[in-house]
Ligand binder design. Structure first.
Ligand code: SF4
Length: 206
């Protein structure tokens, strides 16, 4: 379906030197952002608390705390007791280490791996052998909806995504219950640092 493009924001190609960051709201996008009902949502005390804590964590550990530490600080300051890890098989070691670190920090930790359910790719997904990563071998499908449900049933206060694939993360985000944060974005080429690939593109375009 063709979408209306008469007026859509395009901050990524900003021609105003991104002046909004200095509380200068001269541009149409900023004015629109203030006029719509987005600001009214912050009147919800829970939303306001999360937004305030996020800003405080950002400022307190600015360029000193890595993301894993920021996540822990955020969870502490939000008063979360139980946290859930939705992790990828390929990041099992990292998930295991973070699980233990969270426990040392006093959290009750729940974790669910992407292959939970052990469902063959050829069953529900109907994949052919040549559509598998290693044709001829048994391969379980990634099951982000089960991950989301397992963590929701465990009543986690915060869902933490660790390296789910593109699309699988989308399903997890769609089907999870409660707050979600992404600790690791899967990128098999750039060691899970997708920004590296984008920086190369940006450098090449200069
Ligand atoms: S809100 Fe306006 S000033 Fe800020 S990045 Fe977007 S276009 Fe640029």
């Amino acid at each position: 379906m063709t979408k209306d493009r008469r007026w859509v924001p395009s901050c990524a190609t900003c021609e105003s030197d991104r002046r909004c960051r200095r509380t200068d709201d001269v541009c149409a996008v900023s004015r629109s952002a203030c006029q719509m009902d987005a600001l009214a949502v912050y009147e919800d005390p829970q939303v306001l608390e999360m937004a305030r804590v996020a800003a405080q964590v950002e400022a307190t550990g600015y360029e000193r705390w890595d993301r894993a530490t920021e996540t822990i600080e955020f969870a502490h300051r939000m008063g979360y007791g139980r946290v859930g890890l939705a992790f990828c098989l390929r990041l099992s070691d990292e998930a295991s280490a973070y699980h233990r670190r969270l426990e040392r920090e006093g959290f009750d930790v729940v974790s669910a791996m992407c292959k939970a359910g052990a469902v063959p790719k050829e069953s529900i997904l109907g994949l052919r052998e040549d559509e598998k990563i290693r044709p001829g071998l048994p391969e379980a499908m990634c099951n982000p909806i089960a991950q989301a449900r397992l963590l929701a049933d465990a009543e986690v206060d915060l869902n933490i995504v660790m390296g789910l694939c593109v699309g699988h993360d989308t399903l997890f985000l769609q089907h999870s219950r409660g707050p979600v944060t992404v600790l690791i974005a899967k990128d098999r080429v750039f060691d899970h640092k997708p920004v590296e690939g984008l920086r190369r593109e940006a450098d090449a375009a200069e």
